[in-house]
Ligand binder design. Sequence first.
Ligand code: SF4
Length: 336
Amino acid sequence: MDVPSASSDSPTGPSRILLASPRGYCAGVDRAVHTVEHALDMYGAPVYVRKEIVHNKHVVEELTERGAIFVDQETEVPEGEIVVFSAHGVAPSVHENAAARALRTIDATCPLVTKVHVEARKFAKEGYTIVLIGHEGHEEVEGTTGEAPENIVLVQTEEDVEELELDDPEHVSYITQTTLSVDETSAIIAALKRKFPAITGPKTDDICYATTNRQQAVKELARECDLVLVIGSTNSSNSNRLVEVAREHGASSYLIDNHTQVREEWLNGIETVGITSGASAPEELVRSLVEFFGERGADEVSELKTVDEDVRFMLPGEIRKALDARAKGEELPVLG
Ligand code: SF4
């Protein structure tokens, strides 16, 4: 990445920039953002989006400019209009409400969130009490809980596990939110296994590959840098976890939406600044931050790669069918 050179009256700053790799967009976010873009392109504005399509202010503002209308609930969408469900997933009741309003729906739920919904339904069908490890109020937790509200209890900490009293401790399972701290979640699962030795869980981790890889990368970054800046919005769970992990591994760390939020006092005595970005943060924000430090004298930029990522998800079926019809010059399919 090219770095502009500093002018003689530039303020001081770090001389070296280290970029975490992987960072930024995950496959689920990429798919969700492209879903709204394609929907706008093919069906025209307005396209309603329930909740923020991904938890990033910049992305939401850009899509709003292109004609997306973000609403909090499906009941706010005028009858018969197009609505996209966000990457975080929705409860079955949301689909029911949308059908009752004859909304034309496109579901951009990340396939890795859908996997957790499937597990919830399976465990509920088998009569398990399901301990959901996650953050209260997070959209993903609300969506997953909606799959089996009678069976699911939420825990957020090891202390919650200690206080948990269940009617049938022999018939308990657990699932997790996809964007948690890997280390904290392992500790909570270990506490659950101590308390409920018969507990069963998913075949493979619910914390997704992107969360895991970005946390691993930021751990390495924190070992090399005094300061780690994480680009992401305050409501982005995985971005907040990156800040915590960087701090736990010895660096000062702050969450910023973009370079305008960098504070002068953070930079005192910093030689190397580490930069990473949450799974919902676009790469252009990283580039702007690199340019910002370049203008302040940073003249070395390198990348610390911990793993190669090549995960891609297919677009939702509704969008693939519409793209196919357009390519053949046929009428766009009617959305259900
Ligand atoms: S962070 Fe993970 S679960 Fe969430 S959208 Fe990205 S890939 Fe899917």
